[in-house]
Write a protein that binds this ligand. Sequence first.
Ligand code: BGC
Length: 751
Amino acid sequence: MYKNLIYLAAAALLAACSGPRSPQEKLTVNDKKIDAIIAQMTLEEKVEMLHSKTNMSSAGVERLGIADMHYADGPFGIREEGVPNGFQSAGWKLDSATYFPTGSALAATWSEELAYKYGTGMGKEARLRGKDVILGPAVNIQRLPVGGRTYEYLSEDPILSAALSLGYTQGVQDQGTAVCIKHFAVNNQETNRGSVDAQVDERTLREIYLKPFERAVVEGGAMSVMPAYNKVNGDYCSENEHLLNEILRGEWGFKGFTVSDWGGTHSTMGAMLHGLNVQMTGSNYLGQPVIDSIATGALTEDLVDEKVRQILRVRFAIEAVPDDVANTIMTSQPECQDIALQVAEKSIVLLKNQAGILPLSKEVKRIAVIGQNAVLKTQSGGMGAGVKALYEVTPLEGIVKRAGSDVEVVYAPGYKNFPGRRWGPAPATPNPLEAAAIDEPADPALLAEAVALAREADVVLFFGGTNKSIETEGSDRTNIDLPVGQNEVVKALYEANPNLVSILISGGPTDLRQLEPVSPAIIQGWWNGTEGGTALAKVLFGDIAPSGKLPFTFPAQLEDSPAFAMGNFPDKNAGGDLFTLMYRQDRTQMTREQIAEMMAKMPKPVSKYTEGALVGYRWFDTKNVKPMYAFGHGLSYVDFQYGVLKASADKKGVKVSFDITNNGKMDADEVVQLYVHRLDATVEWPYKELKAFQRVSLQAGETKTVTLEVPVDDLRYWNVDKNAWDLEHGKLEILVGAASDDIRQKAGVAI
Ligand code: BGC
């Protein structure tokens, strides 16, 4: 009997050892079955799987019971159903989804747990729509304050981005939907995004730009990856041997499949040999030319089999939703709307609060809400990341509802909205609330109306910022100035009534040099999803304490930020983004081939990353440049007291613990941040780097002990001589605080 037990235990141990170990290896469990299927497929059937079937699907093999793969944008909500061959609306009724806070808002929560929940919400709604793969999360590092997709991306810091990218990935995939993590890699600008060559050194690539992808792939088991439009060090990402074959598949052990960004495949041989599985969209490279190349012997069918196997691994891991089950109920579900609310509540950043003007006092009986950003919806626009939301609570709606019948809320638009690039002929009667240019000065009539309301109010809430035409995929901003005369408006409002709070509704940073002196309080309110207005009202009225922290630096002026200060951006060859045109034959009357031909004639732009690892706060700290608001900054309605650090280091890494107390009268969260400064380094490092963080919830008066751990791997640097991760031994100063410029406690350790 004992003998049997021993045999059983040994067998179990053996099974455990030989079974799949890493999240990526789990994808290979069906490889035998998959190979049997591949053996039954014709070459034509296999090649059909290597390119788009419709604008948002790639083919399975009906004959063998293999379902098509259905994709859905985007990172912040399951995108409205489009017509089969384009992005135009299919006019469905049940495809309104939950609009989740956009990337920088999610990042401002500094919460891997919330990123996970967010992912579960996205994954759940994808299933309801019959989608297998979500084209997200979008996790590139925010290199440029002007970046058109800064709002889609998470943070300027790799450790923060990587934690959120991991949480999001696991959340989605735990719901039985695959992520397609994008845009791999170094996709940090929209200017010439279809052709720019990002020239970045290997150390910076590894330590900064690849980190958020690495964790999602290695720890999160991300099942698919979207190579970006741009080139990295000379090669397009969709045919980049170093990125796709050496790093992604070789070093990180990726077992799933890659899908080019839409229109981002550039050749048959490049894509086939250097790591692409699926051309999206079109078949001019990964269709008939593959069959022809096999006929001539330039490619082998084995290579096609390998690519099909990688796709089928995901097809087997993700159960296809039957046609009669998908799209039978509304995509947006209450539990997901609730997740959107939870994220929004924790994302709002209180940048400034002089004389405790916030939360609004009970004495406030009349509120003047000024600025169109209080009423304009933010769900759509921005191209791929737009959402047809089931509903969206605007800031004004949230405030009116929360204020109740005791408090009068009056509203004036204050300024004209800049609607961005127009397609087609101008409307016969121009909208009087729309500006013709982004830098149009304030409209005197709108200004006078707003000032009159401000004068008679107890408090003025000024809503400024940008919109999703100004910050959008396809183009970068030319500056970060507040648009359409907003500075003029806020100054006039302050003169009329200095009891003023400015709330910025934008995805990226703006230049606050004029707004700051006339705003006793400032909030960064983001594009905060379906329940954004509800969450904002809760913060304004003090139902909850604000607890978001900036995931990127607000430079005082654009020229202070690294790529600008180094003269690396904008590049001299800047031109238009033709991808924007590619799918709009209805509007451009040009074929894709004609557009590709135009592209080929365009100058070949380059983006040099000579600022190296000094991205965001790493630059501001190292170069001693004072930003307007630092990375990690965010105030609360309470004070937190940080106790003395107990720090130790061993082979596994660094461990720090300390007490933190909420000294205030309400419950509140604090995001504690741990930075590492090297004291005796011989290798070059930024002045300090974020290495750990934690969101801590504390009741009024409560003290908790917090423990932060930095795994030794996060202390390594990429040694270019060894072409490997390496550890520099020496003394570290551990800096713990509430922001990158608000360090409360220090300790020393040696590694
Ligand atoms: C964007 C991707 C998006 C794809 C499909 C591209 O233009 O860069 O992020 O997923 O379109 O909509």
